[in-house]
Design a binder for this molecule. Sequence first.
Ligand code: SF4
Length: 109
Amino acid sequence: MSISITKTKPAHEDRFETKGVTIAFTAPTPLTPGLAWRCADHPDPEFFHPVDDAGLAAAQAFCADCPVRALCLDLGHARDEYGVWGGVLLEGGKPLAAVKKPGRPKKVA
Ligand code: SF4
């Protein structure tokens, strides 16, 4: 009886060299070749962390025709991200319907 183990390479694997250490990411990142992240060159990263409904609508409109929108949302969920990912506002990877207002929530009688 023989057992054979085949290791397959993940579909996406990015490697970065830093200070003599190689870090491998098996999930796609904005540096993954061939993926057109529409926001890769966006000048304002805060644009994707809206503080009001108008900001959320603007970020969602920007994401609307991004070619990697579904992948981006999957990544946002998988990494428990915050901000707008794939046109959806996330908090700890969970979708939010609207931007949270600052301050303490009102007491419910
Ligand atoms: S869906 Fe939006 S946040 Fe995601 S890569 Fe595209 S433009 Fe960027």
